[in-house]
Ligand binder design. Structure first.
Ligand SMILES: Cc1ncc(COP(=O)(O)O)c(C=O)c1O
Length: 461
């Protein structure tokens, strides 16, 4: 059926978006004069232009045109208590009046570290950075320095920030069968990075073991997310993480858990849920209370490499590392994120994810939401998804639909990243979940003529 309805739906969605956001369009036009494409953060760019947000309060966020949204973006999962959370505002404000950073350590630094270690005991010693990107960079440096080996194993589709050493197979090649061939996914990264990186499929212990067996003398460590986030919230299958731990131990390589996102799932991240002790862990996002942050830590003997009291220690610095504002805000943020809060948002996230899955089934569409606890991502397929290449396969045929559902949900007051990732924050209640489920059902209904014409493979049997 090609009667032009699809184009009408697509045009109407774009027109509505433009009509609601004229000031965003104007901001974008001006930003483009000074910045490439008006952008400084690829992950938040989308066409026709991103919505400019002006203020947030709890789980509400307001754009510059006065539209209000329920914020499922939460700055890519980092705002666990939503916006302007009063305990964080007070802690930061109090500290702000005393000074932001002094070129000297402050008490809040080790108090923050003490709090982190009480929740993540495998982080016997901790250092801070200003981003998750730097945290994974430094954790990998620690592993390389400790083992005196250069090669790292990462997962296909694994995201650990945007430093050179992890710009390998960030995007999965859906056509690739068998062992993933390491390839750079950003221009400008030296090819030497590929020579020092091996890539395994997520949830594939056999493949990982084959890589370790063939290369163990060259490998410093394995880095992975205990749930793959950017690849589409693909959880580890039962036994996988434990299996990775066992393989790392058996082949004498270090294991780095990147819990920058998954720390939100429990008081001690996925490692606490699974009872697994990685050698090194990276954290970020929620530990800074909305301020720029990253942390890495692990076994004392590894982290002692950075101990300036020891001869020949590894030097790493950062002007704003563990600055007082971030530390004070982070402590207030984490203290309020207790077991009761975690249980509550995990339950809300599960309800919303299950509701999304029901909505796809009710609309007779091949779509699904995968993830766990307080977050998930939409995929346009009903096939089971174990690894990044499984989800990547379905992205291309559904490409316009991802964009249209995103814009349609925005116009219906639900703010989430373009890729369709939803993260719960503590100010949310069942009321927000119910409302969002209604909006999703209406959006799917609205998109139906588009799907019938352009992506009929997504219609149910
Ligand atoms: C798993 C993971 N690691 C590392 C990073 C990088 O953190 P940052 O954006 O703070 O540099 C991210 C960011 O989304 C992430 O999801």
């Amino acid at each position: 059926m090609a009667d032009g309805k699809a184009q009408k739906v697509a045009d109407a969605i774009l027109d509505r978006y433009r009509a609601r956001t004229p000031l965003s369009r104007e901001h974008h036009r001006r930003a483009r004069e000074f910045m490439p494409g008006g952008d400084t953060r690829t992950a938040i760019y989308y066409t026709p232009y991103p919505t400019y947000m002006e203020k947030g309060e709890g789980c509400r966020i307001y754009d510059c045109d006065g539209n209000v949204y329920t914020d499922y973006h939460n700055n890519y999962t980092s705002l666990i208590h939503g916006h302007a959370f009063q305990p964080v505002v007070h802690a930061a404000w109090e500290q702000l009046q005393k000074g932001t950073v002094f070129g000297a350590p402050g008490q809040v630094m080790y108090e923050h570290a003490q709090l982190l270690r009480s929740r993540v005991p495998s982080m016997e010693r901790i250092r801070y950075t200003n981003s998750g990107t730097e945290a994974t960079l430094m954790a990998m440096r620690a592993a390389r320095a400790f083992t005196r080996k250069d090669v790292f194993v990462k997962m296909d589709g694994g995201y650990h920030g945007c430093h050179d050493f992890v710009e390998v197979n960030v995007w999965s090649d859906p056509d690739e069968k068998g062992v993933p061939i390491p390839r750079l996914t950003a221009a400008g990264v030296p090819v030497d990075v590929v020579r020092n990186t091996l890539v395994a499929h997520y949830n594939d212990l056999e493949g990982l073991e084959a890589i370790l067996k063939a290369n163990k003398d060259r490998i410093a460590g394995i880095i992975l997310e205990p749930m793959q986030g950017a690849a589409g919230d693909l959880p580890a299958q039962p036994g996988y993480l434990r299996g990775v731990r066992e393989l790392a131990t058996r082949y004498g390589v270090l294991l780095v858990f990147d819990e920058i996102v998954t720390f939100r799932f429990s008081l001690g991240g996925i490692q606490a849920i699974e009872g697994i002790k990685p050698d090194l862990t990276t954290l970020g996002k929620i530990i800074g209370g909305g301020f720029a942050v990253g942390a890495y830590g692990g076994r004392e003997e590894i982290m002692d490499l950075f101990n300036p009291e020891k001869p020949g220690s590894v030097s790493t610095s950062g002007t704003f590392n563990a600055n007082n504002i971030t530390m004070a805000a982070g402590i207030a943020n984490l203290k309020a994120y207790d077991q009761a809060a975690i249980d509550r948002i995990n339950a809300l996230g599960t309800r919303l994810r299950q509701g999304f899955n029901r909505a796809f089934r009710a609309a007779d569409l091949r779509g699904q939401a995968t993830g766990q606890a307080s977050m998930f991502t939409i995929h346009w397929t009903d096939a089971s998804l174990a690894r990044a290449s499984d989800s990547a396969q379905h992205l291309i045929p559904a490409a316009e639909l991802v964009k249209l559902l995103h814009l349609e949900m925005l116009s219906r007051g639900c703010f989430a990243p373009r890729r369709g990732q939803y993260a719960i924050s503590t100010p949310m209640t069942d009321r927000h979940i119910d409302q969002t489920l209604e909006e999703l059902a209406a959006a799917l209904e609205y998109l139906r003529p588009y799907i019938v014409e352009r992506t009929p493979h997504l219609l149910g049997s």
